[in-house]
Design a protein around this ligand. Structure first.
Ligand code: NAD
Ligand code: ZN
Ligand code: ZN
Length: 341
């Protein structure tokens, strides 16, 4: 079968002769309907954040059950499912509580399919356990694939700050890409806070307004922090969600976050920041959350099925994976690109 394979830093190839796996035990083989293209793949390909492959890329996956190992119960061939992405040991306390993103054994194993193990940028994908599948019922799997990360990650980040996001507060969202465009909708659906969206592209700022941002600020402007604090007044933003994570965006977040607020850095931009007295408002929390829980993915699917969130998807064939990564490097994608085998 065809697959988009990572061989090592700066080495991704489309390969035509990958063997189609056969599921045993509790494993499930999916016929992939769509695999979302996440900016984290660029950190893997360009920055080498995961040691050499080879493995198949694609960690935002949706498909139909093709074949099941003999121990799988509760699913049928043809069921449409999402693949929960951060694969933990399945047994430790965080995993039992469905927070496999914070598995006790994370340091000892690959992160998941497409992030060390074979992922979904292929015709078929082997999922190591049926516990990692979540049914999507009437949702279109191509449109739903990005829910597994582009929506789940901001959803989990927002839930951490939910009690602070009341209607009298401001929340700043930095970066209106795949994750950011979902964050805006999740904030609108779940909170009353006034949203200030930041990006460096005017097109993304216009897009943000369509998705619920009350205000937009170009974070490339030298006076971006002053523009934001003119909107918030002296209280500043109770929560900042940074979907870039570069030094300038973390610095911007620290300048505009309120006393006792949350500065949540989701982007893996490799930024450095001195977390010390005088640099961040007193009482503020700086956190770097990772992905979300299995049950949170169920909640995200609920938001999508109710029509409260919707992924803007650009579809491409598997063969165009390298071109799509190039578009992403240039910031030329709107919403999320999904590869369709
Ligand atoms: P994306 O490429 O779809 O979007 C990035 C957006 O940020 C674009 O709109 C771009 O114009 C904008 N941008 C770039 N530089 C900017 C700046 N200086 N100021 C403001 N906006 C800027 O990326 P994505 O797939 O949404 O991923 C975003 C980040 O989140 C990546 O670093 C990715 O690796 C990371 N990520 C983290 C987790 C996690 O669990 N922590 C999960 C998924 C993705
Ligand atoms: Zn991702
Ligand atoms: Zn575990």
């Amino acid at each position: 079968m065809k697959a988009v394979r990572f061989f090592g830093q700066n080495d991704v190839r489309i390969v035509n002769d990958v063997e189609r796996p056969v599921p045993k035990g509790d494993e499930v083989l999916l016929k992939i309907a769509g695999a979302g293209v996440c900016h984290s793949d660029l950190h893997v390909i360009d920055d080498g954040i995961i040691p050499a492959g080879p493995f198949t890329l694609g960690h935002e996956n949706a498909g139909y059950i093709e074949e099941m190992g003999p121990e799988v119960k509760g699913f049928n061939k043809g069921d449409a499912v999402l693949v929960y992405g951060p694969w933990g040991c399945g047994h430790c306390k965080p995993c039992q509580e469905s927070f496999e993103n914070y598995c006790d054994h994370q340091a000892e194993q690959a992160f998941g399919g497409g992030l060390g193990f074979d992922g979904g940028m292929a015709e078929y994908m082997l999922v190591p356990s049926s516990r990692l599948l979540v049914p999507i019922h009437d949702l279109d799997p191509v449109m739903a694939a990005p829910l597994t990360d582009a929506a789940l990650t901001p959803y989990a980040a927002i839930k951490r700050s939910l009690d602070k996001l009341t209607a009298d507060e401001f929340v700043v969202v930095i970066g209106v890409g795949g994750l950011g465009h979902m964050a805006l909708q999740i904030l609108s659906a779940m909170t009353g806070a006034a949203i200030i969206a930041c990006d460096i592209s005017q097109e993304k700022l216009d897009f943000a307004k369509e998705l619920g941002a009350a205000y937009v600020v170009n974070s490339g402007d030298k006076d971006a922090a002053a523009q934001i604090t003119r909107i918030t007044g002296v209280k500043k933003a109770r929560v900042v969600l940074d979907f870039v994570g570069a030094t300038p965006t973390i610095e911007l977040g620290a300048e505009v976050v309120a006393l006792n607020g949350d500065l949540t850095v989701v982007g893996l931009g490799g930024g450095n920041f001195p977390f010390t007295f005088g640099k961040v408002p007193l009482g503020s929390n700086l956190s770097i959350p990772y992905w979300g829980a299995r049950t949170e993915l169920m909640e995200v699917i609920g938001l999508a099925r109710q029509g409260k969130i919707h992924v803007t998807v650009e579809q491409f064939p598997l063969d165009q994976a390298l071109e799509v990564y190039d578009k992403m490097r240039k910031g030329a994608l709107k919403g999320r690109a999904v590869l369709v085998p």
